[in-house]
Design a protein around this ligand. Structure first.
Ligand code: GLY
Length: 311
């Protein structure tokens, strides 16, 4: 459950001092049920492996986070792309964004239903438009213009989520995914980028858009300061401008792990919710922090032989 939370949550934090290039990925922060944990960890590990290979091969941080989030969107275990949670009407409705910390270009799509990989269309928003965020039918029309295949919306829906929605609507089960997928990377040239993608919240109101496509809320990247990707309760993350707020604290000299803890503490004490976030710094420190019971995450850097993951 991400909101409301009745007891003060425990904030957990991992810090890895890496050597570049490096990346962090996540597969969502929530009370991941035991039967879903292995699939979440496997998905995060595969994404970290792909990302490290991409960075070691000389790809940019921006290309790498796009490729990593595409892989996570295609993983039906996770709440993004195929396998997303369903809204009140039983529809998978997706949000995604991507940001280049070199020149602060950012692109997003919101409330789309006929796109297999929204993060790839978000990248096209950066490359082919002067806009930041395209929503609904306009975003889908843009995707067609850019040559993306029109998906039948039901192709994104998996039986597990039909059952989860049915159980939730019948109030038979309490676990509510506050899930997203995301990645933050720094490449060999010191460029930082971030990306995220989500089906949003279970049983959401039609038209609801969360934090994931909102720059400053669900993600932010500035190669001079760091990159952040958030997951969890989107309304709380948006109200706190969580990603940019973390970076503002880091600009002021605060340690990234302390900044993350402060924002997660405020999310609970001021708003009553929980979240998780990834931070990558210009000196390749990898910080993961979460106030949810669990967070699926993977990490890798130039000094590691193989990537690692946990859920
Ligand atoms: N963090 C994903 C959402 O609330 O939409």
């Amino acid at each position: 459950m991400v909101f409301p939370v009745s007891r003060e949550p425990r904030i957990q934090c991992d810090v890895v001092r890496g050597t570049g290039p490096a990346l962090l990925v996540h597969g969502g922060a929530w009370d991941i049920p035991p039967e879903e944990r292995e699939a979440h960890e496997t998905g995060a590990l595969a994404a970290a492996r792909l990302g490290l290979g991409s960075l070691r091969g000389g790809a940019s941080a921006l290309d790498t986070v796009e490729a990593v989030v595409t892989l996570l969107e295609d993983d039906p275990a996770l709440n993004a792309g195929t396998g997303s949670v369903l809204n009140r009407r039983g529809e998978a409705v997706l949000d995604a964004s991507i940001m280049d910390g070199e020149d602060l270009r950012v692109g997003g799509v919101a409330a789309v239903r006929t796109i297999r990989n929204p993060v790839r269309v978000a990248r096209r928003v950066i490359e082919a438009t002067r806009q930041v965020l395209l929503a609904g039918p306009g975003a889908e029309e843009f995707a067609r213009e850019q040559g993306f295949e029109a998906l039948r919306p039901e192709e994104l829906v998996v039986p597990r989520e039909v059952e989860r929605l049915r159980d939730h609507q019948a109030r038979r089960r309490a676990a509510v995914p506050g899930d997203t997928v995301g990645a933050v990377a720094i490449d060999g040239a010191g460029r930082i980028a971030a990306a995220g993608s989500t089906g949003g919240t279970l049983n959401k109101r039609p038209g609801r858009v969360g934090d994931t496509p909102l720059p400053g809320a669900g993600l932010y990247a500035d190669s001079r300061v760091g990159g952040v990707a958030c997951t969890g309760w989107g309304e709380g993350i948006a109200r706190l401008s969580m990603a940019r707020a973390v970076l503002a604290r880091m600009e002021g000299g605060q340690d990234p792990a302390d900044a993350a803890r402060e924002l997660l503490a405020a999310c609970w004490s001021r708003l009553g919710g929980t979240a998780g976030l990834l931070i990558v710094t210009p000196d390749a420190r990898l910080v993961t922090a979460w106030s949810t019971p669990r967070m699926a995450r993977g990490w890798a850097h130039g000094g590691m032989e193989t990537p690692a993951a946990a859920a």
